[in-house]
Write a protein that binds this ligand. Structure first.
Ligand code: GLN
Length: 239
């Protein structure tokens, strides 16, 4: 079995080393004997979504998002078809905002891909800090770090989780991120997947099942160290 990961615009959308999430996906495939390859796309590269099993869209500053946004119009149709056909996507922070309809900032309007029913508007001050979520997709909590000026409204969509510590989508509804088909969007930055191996495996498993059928073999890995780290964060902030 083989998984191909498409990393969209790492030269522009790679805040806090979102790239580390790619390494985590690759390793967790390889540890299971699944071949894994990553293709990094620069802004002018053509993207053939039919060749991709997981797409990662990382975070960026408003300026970088503005630069990317012009290009998004050109890939929107193909990206939308990929999503509707249950293609797997992990979109982080700036990338999360870009899968929505728009991100309105004081400097102007950033038009998004409109892949999911959400929009973002810049609010007063930034929402920065550690964050802990409970998600009904997983037994283990989701832990991470957020830093965003945008407030995201997900309308009637399903959130990734309930905020038990931190701010989340908008700092007041108590929800974080979004799940739509096989798309996860979240404000949780940097080492999201190393800190949350259950999310990494959710992405890999959904990609494998789409490609090879629901009966695929998917052995579990020894995640005791990852679980300890995850638990440490929960203990630290939930006391
Ligand atoms: N520029 C966006 C915001 O401030 C996203 C930031 C990010 O990716 N950390 O809301």
């Amino acid at each position: 079995m083989k998984i191909t990961i498409g990393h969209l615009y790492p030269d522009l959308l790679n805040l806090y080393g979102d790239r580390g999430n790619i390494q985590c996906l690759m390793k967790r495939c390889q540890w299971r004997g699944i071949e894994a390859e990553t293709i990094a796309f620069e802004l002018n590269d053509p993207i053939d979504f039919s060749k991709l099993d997981i797409v990662l869209l990382g975070g960026g500053s408003d300026r970088e998002q503005m630069l990317v946004c012009e290009k998004l119009k050109e890939i929107r149709k193909d990206f939308k078809a990929y999503v509707e056909d249950y293609g797997v996507v992990i979109a982080i922070c700036g990338g999360y905002q870009l899968i929505g309809k728009y991100y309105k900032t004081e400097q102007g309007m950033i038009t998004g891909l409109d892949l999911v029913d959400l929009y973002t508007e810049q609010g007063e001050g930034r929402l920065i800090g550690n964050i802990v979520l409970e998600s009904d997709l997983f037994d283990m909590p989701i832990v991470g770090f957020e830093n965003h000026g945008g407030r995201t409204c997900i309308n009637q969509c399903k959130p990734l989780g309930k905020v038990v510590y931190g701010s989340g989508n908008d700092g007041h509804t108590g929800f974080e991120g979004i799940i739509y088909k096989n798309v996860i969007g979240t404000y949780l930055h940097g080492p999201l997947l190393p800190k949350n191996p259950h999310i990494a495996d959710w992405l890999i498993l959904h990609a494998l099942q789409k490609k090879y059928g629901t009966e695929v073999e998917f052995p579990s890995l020894d995640d005791s160290e990852e679980k300890e780290a995850n638990d440490y964060i929960c203990q630290r902030f939930l006391k």
